[in-house]
Design a binder for this molecule. Structure first.
Ligand code: HAM
Length: 463
């Protein structure tokens, strides 16, 4: 009866707890200290890698006018917007990506910015997607963009940075692949099939999903744009997306019934230049040609690319490309541009799969153990002075016994303990203990700051 009573009252409590405990929203993560530490690691690697390439950091508002995205990002992102009306009656949206805001920022000062403009950012993005493996509603993105440079040298720089970052996380060529494609070539190709300009983005959207749909469904979706030519088109496209080398691509373009031969020749020359540059950078093992990459966003114009875990079964690790016309659409001034973004969600999945997650260790320089009121007061004074010198110090916020304090020092991963007892203090000393070696020595109280500095910074320990 007693047991039943306890369990019933516990159940009532649990019920109340569950009632008051409002859960976080689907697709949004909570970051406990271990997750924050991992996030900091990821941000550190991103920042470290991009610094080597001379990019500088920028940021933009989390909340933007809805219009910025509805006009510029393309239907898929627009259908995923977190948008609402603010209290001033404005139509606003949480940013789903950085690119339109970046273009606005650069556009506003375009004539006074040093060229080339190489900017990066790290920030939270929001997309109302169905939460699933690799896709959440809130995620962090690293963006790197180069503005003001025409020609494939800039594309090569962005691709090299993307590969550099993945290698900096510890991945190897056998873990990931960058797939390289070309939106310009696709546009010429769709034009040759008499697909109207306003329909080309929609057709690319269908091609983008081709690998995940059966052939019949793809054919059905393409039918309104190609009518009876749909089977011929699909067969040729299957050949195009299977191409893996420049020689095959050149042969395909020769054979295909394409107008605009001179433009295609120009594109192929640009391909040769890009591939030669990437080769000279030693990047051949990390990428291949794959025209099945068309990118979901409307604004891309030239080379586009995505990085995937090597089996290709997971969602992309990163994606980007050229968007030479977006600046003019947003600001009225033309400026060539390109860039990419890498998210943290698929990245964490792959780091975990490959055993590359850093170990989460709680570490502390110094824990101060006290016994008695006078030693505690002396310790509080020293703690303030040590902290002012930048030493990381913790102590029991509520006076406690020796054992309890040592246990807490252990739980916090303290490297050293300072022991303030009545007797030590009467002798003008503080005991310094190396918690891992379990060795101690008495340090003159007046020298504590300097001795501790020598221990922490130079590994000093008396004979
Ligand atoms: P995106 O392909 O839409 O491109 O996103 C880039 C990366 O962000 C993806 O490869 C993925 O890692 C991550 N990502 C996107 N959506 C989600 C999601 N729902 N959950 C988790 N991760 C996600 C862009 O955003 C372009 N603005 C990139 C760009 C910059 N192009 C030129 N400059």
């Amino acid at each position: 009866m007693q047991d039943l009573f306890v369990s019933l009252s516990e159940r009532v409590l649990l019920h109340q707890y569950a009632y008051f405990m409002i859960q976080s929203l689907p697709g949004f993560r909570e970051f406990y200290p271990a997750e924050c530490s991992l996030r900091n690691h990821i941000f550190r690697v991103w920042r470290g890698a991009v610094a080597a390439y001379g990019f500088v950091e920028y940021d933009t508002p989390l909340l933007e006018p809805l219009e910025l995205f509805t006009e510029k990002s393309g239907d898929e992102i627009v259908s995923q917007l977190f948008n609402f009306e603010d209290k001033g009656g404005r139509a606003v949206a949480l940013r789903p990506e950085m690119t339109p805001s970046l273009v606005r920022l650069v556009g506003a000062r375009v004539n006074s910015l040093r060229r080339p403009i190489k900017w990066f950012s790290i920030g939270e993005q929001f997309r109302f997607e169905r939460p699933q493996k690799g896709r959440l509603r809130s995620f962090y993105q690293f963006n790197a963009d180069i503005l003001g440079v025409e020609g494939p040298g800039a594309d090569a720089e962005a691709i090299a940075l993307l590969i550099h970052i993945l290698c900096a996380f510890g991945f190897k060529a056998e873990d990931f692949q960058l797939r390289l494609s070309d939106r310009d070539l696709w546009m010429y190709y769709l034009e040759a099939w008499s697909i109207a300009e306003e329909d080309r983005i929609a057709v690319l959207g269908i091609i983008d999903k081709m690998a995940r749909r059966d052939r019949e469904e793809t054919a059905k979706n393409l039918k309104p744009f190609l009518a009876d030519a749909v089977d011929d088109f699909l067969s040729e496209v299957e050949g195009l997306v299977a191409i893996r080398s420049l020689a095959e691509l050149e042969a395909f373009m020769q054979k295909a019934r394409l107008q605009k031969r001179d433009l295609i020749e120009e594109r192929l020359a640009t391909w040769r230049e890009l591939l030669a540059t990437l080769s000279a950078m030693g990047l051949d093992p990390y990428f291949h040609i794959d025209l099945s990459i068309v990118r979901g966003l409307a604004y891309y114009t030239g080379f586009v690319f995505e990085a995937f875990e090597v089996s290709g079964e997971s969602r992309a690790l990163a994606g980007g490309g050229r968007y030479d016309t977006l600046m003019e659409k947003i600001t009225g001034q033309a400026l060539p541009a390109l860039g990419f973004a890498m998210g943290d969600v698929t990245l964490i999945d792959l780091l975990s799969e490959k055993g590359l997650l850093p170990k989460y260790v709680e570490a502390l320089d110094v824990y101060v153990v006290t016994s008695g009121e006078e030693p505690r007061n002396a310790a509080l004074k020293d703690i303030a002075a040590l902290r002012a010198q930048g030493v990381q110090v913790e102590y029991a916020l509520k006076p406690a016994g020796f054992n309890k304090q040592f246990k807490q020092a252990d739980q916090l991963g303290a490297r050293y303990a300072l022991i303030y007892g009545e007797e030590e203090l009467a002798r003008g000393e503080v005991t310094i203990r190396d918690c891992s070696k379990k060795a101690s020595f008495a340090c003159p109280h007046k020298d504590l700051g300097n001795v501790l500095k020598a221990i922490l910074e130079e590994g000093y320990w008396p004979e």
